[in-house]
Design a binder for this molecule. Structure first.
Ligand code: UDP
Length: 333
């Protein structure tokens, strides 16, 4: 059984929800997080050890492997601001592509051959067709997407060379928070649509800028596939079990298969909160594909995984419970 798990970036948004799930399944979880973007407060389980450090710190990672004899690594640690990746590509290639090489080398040394990787629908670039299936061409349009795609390639080569089994999980738009409201999304700066819509409602920002109303979509705004963070978490647990059972390396989309426009998100937020969202319609944001929508059937076939939340009202309600709850959507610094 894969019971001793190293989770890098486990104090981040998707990582922390996954850590809670893995811990609740009785697995021994060690989190390695630099806390550059992660939050100490996002680790809420007593039994989970948080080690503050870098994935590229060979001595540290080696010591952790010797001590804990990990069966598997779930690798979230990465930078994820697309705009910043365009202005500072080396930061992204260093952190997202180069640093994991050290982690993989240490895994090889210790004979750990199970790796679950946070990939992204950004590896597809502007899709030729939607819904996106895994065999769609991967042609990312920014350094962030390329920094992730290169790791997918590295993982394939490690499989051929030394039998590393990996699951590349290509996330669509992560959203929502834990059902009990203890952990949730806290990015600084926050660029994502759902939290920004809710911040416009609480008054934390003066209004929401809608980036583009002239897209070739029914209402002119971009369409995305919003996937609940707890659904993402469960896919990681299933991916570990798939690989532990001797399954082949896999690359899967994680989405709902439901496309939702920016205007539909705003409407859902107004319905959920009973408040109006102050809006300004503006120009397109550079690099935004008109439509990103997953065909999630392969993940169901290979991992037995399927999104439980399919109605975006659930994602918005869950994000709102975190943002309007005691922590007001922020961890203590
Ligand atoms: N968006 C927007 N205003 C915002 C933030 C996002 O109109 O303040 C739009 C963005 O252009 C995209 C969608 O909302 O079409 C989702 O953006 P987000 O940054 O949440 O995720 P992405 O799809 O870029 O990963």
């Amino acid at each position: 059984a894969q019971n001793s798990i190293l989770v890098t970036g486990g104090a981040g948004y998707i990582g922390s929800h996954t850590v809670r799930l893995l811990a609740s399944q009785g697995r021994k979880v060690v989190v390695l997080d630099s806390l550059v973007f992660g939050h100490e407060g996002a680790i809420v389980d007593e039994g989970v050890e948080l080690v503050v450090g870098e994935v590229g710190d060979r001595e540290l990672v080696d010591r952790l492997f010797t001590e804990h004899k990990f069966d598997a690594v779930v690798h979230f640690a990465a930078f994820a601001y697309v705009g910043e990746s365009v202005t500072d590509p080396l930061k992204y290639y260093r952190n997202n592509t180069a640093e994991p090489l050290t982690l993989l080398e240490v895994m090889q040394k210790h004979g750990c051959k199970t790796f679950v990787f946070s990939s992204t629908c950004a590896t597809y670039g502007v899709p030729e067709s939607v819904p996106i299936v895994e065999s769609n061409p991967q042609d990312p349009i920014n350094p962030y997407g390329r920094s992730k795609l290169m790791v997918e390639w590295i993982l394939r080569d490690c499989d051929s060379a030394w039998g590393l089994k990996s699951a590349c999980l290509r996330y669509f738009n992560a959203s929502g928070s834990s059902a009990d409201g203890k952990i949730g999304e806290d990015h600084d700066p926050e660029t994502h649509l759902i939290p920004r819509v809710l911040m416009a409602i609480t008054g934390e920002i003066s209004h929401l800028d809608v980036f583009g109303t002239d897209y070739p979509t029914p209402d002119g705004t971009c369409i995305r596939d919003y996937i609940h963070v707890e659904d993402l978490a469960s896919a990681h647990a299933k991916a570990i079990d798939h690989l532990a059972a001797g399954g082949d390396s896999v690359r899967c989309n994680l989405g709902t298969g439901v496309g939702v426009s920016v205007k539909q998100i705003i409407q859902a937020a107004e319905e959920v909160t009973g408040k109006e969202v102050p809006i300004k319609y503006g120009p397109r944001r550079e690099g935004d594909p008109p439509q990103l929508l997953a065909d999630p059937s392969y993940a169901k076939e290979k991992l037995g995984w399927e999104a439980q939340f399919k109605d975006v009202h659930d994602m918005v309600r869950s994000a709102w419970s975190w943002m309007s709850g005691p922590q007001k959507g922020r961890y203590e610094k």
